[in-house]
Write a protein that binds this ligand. Sequence first.
Ligand code: DX5
Ligand code: ZN
Length: 224
Amino acid sequence: MIIAPSLLAANFGRLASETQRVERAGAERLHLDIMDGHFVPNISFGPEVVRVLRPRTRMFLEAHLMCSKPEILLEPFAKFGIDLITIHVELGERVTPLLWKIRSLGKQVGLAINPPTTISMVQPYLKQIDLLLIMTVNPGFGGQPFIAETLPKIQQAAVWRRERQLTYRIEVDGGINFTTSAECARAGADTFVSGTGLFAQRNLRTAMRKMRSIVRGARAATGR
Ligand code: DX5
Ligand code: ZN
């Protein structure tokens, strides 16, 4: 089980020290939301931020590309030392070459799916991915409420993984707090992205610890 704080909820005035704060709070993975103002109606940051952060942290860095043209970003992110790159299944016929390209750059491969998209869309790619990101809000902004209708998709992803003996992580992203992380854990998620839910707490370390223990409890209760 992994909790990945989202840098989107950090103070953009000091991303380097915020990253170090996240690491000191006990995180092993940092989630980076890359928004292009086209695939989603918001703009965040790009590969340059990874270039600056990579030498300052040992955390696993994952880029979640909410971008219409991820092809132009893969090489820069890879060059600057990203560990995993996630693209969206909504890109249609471009998904296969993009997944191949990420793999060929020696990086872990992630595939994301938006709330309105049917889970069957990811089925053809399951063997090729390290991580399946199930969006639990419509992407674009932090701080939105969790969409509970996404829970069956998590359950389905867990069933497929078990049946096919695959090993991809099931990650949830959007509106993840102490309550919704437990719901997602019960449904089968093992990787939890949280922005506002963690950063809004007074003490990040305590918040991380609390979420971890809640998720552990929820997973244990379902026998995971
Ligand atoms: C939403 C992003 C999320 C975002 C989550 O478009 O993909 O990673 O940072 O933020 P919270 O946890 O605040 O919903
Ligand atoms: Zn994200």
